[in-house]
Design a protein around this ligand. Sequence first.
Ligand SMILES: CCCCC/C=C\C/C=C\C/C=C\C=C\C(=O)SCCNC(=O)CCNC(=O)[C@H](O)C(C)(C)COP(=O)(O)OP(=O)(O)OC[C@H]1O[C@@H](n2cnc3c(N)ncnc32)[C@H](O)[C@@H]1OP(=O)(O)O
Ligand SMILES: Cc1cc2nc3c(=O)[nH]c(=O)nc-3n(C[C@H](O)[C@H](O)[C@H](O)COP(=O)(O)OP(=O)(O)OC[C@H]3O[C@@H](n4cnc5c(N)ncnc54)[C@H](O)[C@@H]3O)c2cc1C
Length: 672
Amino acid sequence: MEGVDYLADERKKAQFDVDEMKIVWAGSRHAFEVSDRISKLVANDPGFSKEERTMLPRKELFKNTLRKAAYAWKLIIDLHLSEEEAEKLRCFIDEPAFIDAHWVLTSCLTLIFAYAKLLLWAQRNNRKGGCPWPTRCKFGCYAQTELGHGSNVRGLETTATFDPQTDEFVIHSPTLTSSKWWPGGLGKVSTHAVVYARLITDGKDHGINAFIIQLRSLEDHKPLPGITIGDIGTKFGNGAYNTVDNGVLRFDHVRIPRDQMLMSVSQVTKVGKYVQFDVPRQLLYVPMVDVRQTIVADASTALSRAVCIATRYSAVRRQFGSQNGGQEIQVIDYKTQQSRLFPLLASAYAFRFVGEWLKRLYTDVTQRLQAKDFSTVPEVHACTAGLKSLTTTATADGIEECRKLCGGHGYLCSSGLPELFAIYVPACTYEGDNIVLLLQVARYLMKTVSQLGSRKKPVGTIAYMGKLEHLMQCRFDVEQAKDWLKPSVILEAFEARAARMSVACAQNISKFDNPEEGFAELAADLVEAALAHCQLIVVSKFIEKLQQDIPGKGVKQQLEVLCGIYALFLLHKHQGDFLGTGYITSKQASVANEQLRALYSQLRPNAISLVDAFNYTDHFLGSILGRYDGNVYPKLYEAAWKDPLNESDVPDGFHEYIRPLLKQQLLQTARL
Ligand SMILES: CCCCC/C=C\C/C=C\C/C=C\C=C\C(=O)SCCNC(=O)CCNC(=O)[C@H](O)C(C)(C)COP(=O)(O)OP(=O)(O)OC[C@H]1O[C@@H](n2cnc3c(N)ncnc32)[C@H](O)[C@@H]1OP(=O)(O)O
Ligand SMILES: Cc1cc2nc3c(=O)[nH]c(=O)nc-3n(C[C@H](O)[C@H](O)[C@H](O)COP(=O)(O)OP(=O)(O)OC[C@H]3O[C@@H](n4cnc5c(N)ncnc54)[C@H](O)[C@@H]3O)c2cc1C
């Protein structure tokens, strides 16, 4: 029946003010209002329908994305949307597109500028006049990865050879493996690209630098002479990321003016002299830091969406336990369901808060860079790399777990979960493979441990290493379950575990004559130590959030429950680390698990309202199982009939393939 709220009883159980929690989730009252308004605008506009996305063939799907992007662009202009509103529009349209960075950044700059802004910052500081680039081009992409190399940026093969006769660079793809491969927006749309290539002057290779290169004619959109471009082919999942034209690109001695090199860390003069500036070479990599922090901020959105679907459906779905003709048990009441679902709900909140914090850290580093203060770049690199790895791995795994939590119906495209997973899972790979990124964090940790004796004091997220002596010796000395609720106890447990794992790795590396050999041999342990450090960051930022003034009846209490679940779930999952490093005993681990179970019971009556606080429209959720009103079964039944296979009772191919077989069977039966 339309209009009935099948989850109304669940909503009545809430012990906190949901409207206030919506504001905490959004980040501020203003952010909530913008998000609420724009999500409704998208949901009520048939131009943004997603209904048939998983059924369209690739060419139609792609054209449909182009249509939506153009339509959204028109709306932004017609409605005079601010940058913040445009970004929300991009988010709620919920379709990866070539044009994404336009929504992320500004309504008039290009995607290339997004990636290149820090490079351009340095360029502006080292050359007279600004770079005319952003206003000149139409659409851009970021062409770093090649067919043969992605993670190993120093191994890229594309060359940019300076020709002093003409004051130009000659861009060339010398091998098949040097073909640019993967850039989003490259295949069919981009007119320009930031291309990473080896700089060669006077026969000398100066390593990787970035260049701005026009790819297509602004008149007829054809590739310019010497340039070959195409799409790399269909990707994982129906619909999903196939809305994006990830592309391949080859250069055959393409000439570009000298000033199209992004001269952030070095410069080539008119006579071909290579000059290195007095800035760290890593500045070349800072655009990756920018996008990684955006990915961390987006992780909570993807995870909370899956959790919202699985939580609502778990309250609607009933299995077993009916007595005397009464109702069966809601699957959300099974302790196993709770122990799989509630840590994901807690993780969604935890990632939200760590994402907010990382944004502030990133804003701080960009301000420091303007003042030529490079001191925090290594820490920001470690934080963005590590948190990108932690949050995307946990989110991709979490979405898949939510699919399983919805049983068989979770496997239907109409549950929204298969497509959400297919769109999300490449986040574990793009902007840096998650293992490669954890190894970067491990390098930073090993460096930190090796410098502990020096005058350089660890600060920021590694400040805890400053009390190493205490962290190596301390023991958890309380016995009751409720002791595990004290923030100081949780924090010390995570600090001691992270510090001990890093120190153990450093000690083992020191047993090798060559530290690089030791690092390679111990890589699996180092990844675990890096993860322990990143989990400590997430836990500590959640605890910091709770120290703020949080208004609203019961809101802070619910967040305390979620924080406890996040931390104690990790402790339970990684018990081996905590026991192995000797900080807790097995009795204490079991007491922590007791406390975790008690927290699940406290969360249970609030579960539906905690996912309502995400304030997602049914359009954004794109899931029959996650509908706000819980009216699942009639809508699932209705949706099945919309499948193209159900357009006729007798399927295409019946006469060619089914009928002959049926006839053959009839004949055989007759012979018998
Ligand atoms: C524009 C907005 C778009 C918004 C989009 C929103 C969501 C995303 C949606 C879709 C995705 C779309 C696009 C995806 C794009 C891409 O995937 S682009 C390609 C990304 N590629 C990578 O991430 C490659 C990963 N590899 C690397 O980053 C490096 O090569 C590696 C870190 C592995 C280093 O290799 P190595 O050869 O060992 O290093 P070097 O010798 O070159 O340098 C080492 C020193 O530099 C420090 N460092 C490394 N990276 C950074 C960094 N990013 N920032 C600062 N510093 C860095 C490193 O710590 C070493 O320092 P020390 O020498 O130890 O002091
Ligand atoms: C959807 C999508 C969009 C993308 N968009 C862009 C884009 O816009 N622009 C762009 O330039 N690129 C883009 N990429 C490319 C992406 O950045 C790379 O795929 C990514 O950096 C991983 O590199 P790779 O493919 O070389 O993986 P590989 O490095 O080949 O990884 C293969 C395996 O080797 C392991 N491995 C590699 N190195 C090490 C090591 N040192 N130690 C231990 N294990 C290691 C990895 O963990 C992984 O298991 C995109 C990729 C995808 C999937």
